[in-house]
Design a protein around this ligand. Structure first.
Ligand SMILES: Nc1ncnc2c1ncn2[C@@H]1O[C@H](COP(=O)(O)OP(=O)(O)OP(=O)(O)O)[C@@H](O)[C@H]1O
Length: 226
């Protein structure tokens, strides 16, 4: 149940020319492991996540999510596959101000048409997994930045994704809280068997992940084990 990108090239229109954001990128993230992707601003990290999430279709190359080849899928099919297999943790939690921590998670089950009770049980289980059982009834303004980020992570796991894509989860946190979030992510990844990609500017946490891949000008250097 890994994430596999093979020879992925992505270009964007750039005036009369095309800008190559991803240049024959290959990356394999085995289930239960976390790969950090680092690299300077503009090197293609967000583009890599967007392609892995099937939010953008590459010009060429192959993206396989937990055994499912996404090549040639229609938008509608890609969306269905994303809902089933991919969890995305955006940099900003974007929590709904009026909802409690539990409700932020339950809403995912509700949107997917799942039974209320299953949503409630899963939300309680995931809040416990991210260490927030005591905060279940709190609304976002009653939570710290680190706690909001934990809810963000729990929410991405509600549908039990095979692939977890995480964009800069530590940028708003101090080193210690950032390290705790990375440890939480790698722990959940191992426990739940997700293939996790963690985009980060923060090189201070790289010894906590299983592999590190570096983006430079749209090219990915072969991942090195930490
Ligand atoms: N929608 C777009 N249209 C045109 N060019 C784009 C678009 N999105 C990104 N780019 C360009 O593609 C390249 C890669 O951008 P990308 O956002 O993937 O980099 P990044 O490594 O995530 O940067 P940052 O760390 O600043 O978020 C950059 O040169 C960027 O200007």
């Amino acid at each position: 149940m890994s994430l596999d990108l093979t020879d992925v090239t992505l270009t964007y229109p750039d005036g009369d020319a095309r800008l190559t954001a991803l240049d024959r990128v290959s990356l394999r993230v085995p289930a239960g492991t976390t790969t950090a992707v680092v690299g300077p601003s503009g090197s293609g990290k967000s583009s890599l996540l967007a392609v892995a999430a099937t939010l953008i279709t590459p010009d060429s190359g192959r993206v396989v999510l937990a055994g499912a080849d996404t090549t040639g899928l229609s938008r509608r099919q890609a969306t269905a596959l994303r809902r089933e297999k991919v969890g995305i943790v955006f940099q900003q939690p974007h929590l709904i101000a009026s909802l409690t921590a539990t409700e932020q998670l339950e809403v995912i089950t509700h949107l997917g048409g799942g039974p209320r009770r299953a949503g409630r049980e899963r939300a309680a289980e995931l809040l416990a997994a991210v260490g927030l059982t005591g905060q279940a009834g709190r609304r976002p303004h009653q939570l710290s930045g680190g706690q909001r980020q934990r809810i963000n992570i729990a929410r991405a796991l509600m549908n039990d994704p095979a692939v977890l894509l995480v964009d800069e989860p530590t940028s708003a946190l101090d080193h210690e809280r950032g390290a705790a979030i990375v440890d939480l992510l790698t722990g959940l990844t191992r426990q739940r068997g997700t293939a996790t990609v963690l985009v980060t500017h923060d090189r201070g946490h790289l010894d906590r992940v299983d592999a590190v891949a570096e983006m430079v000008d749209g090219r990915l250097r072969v991942p090195t084990r930490t």
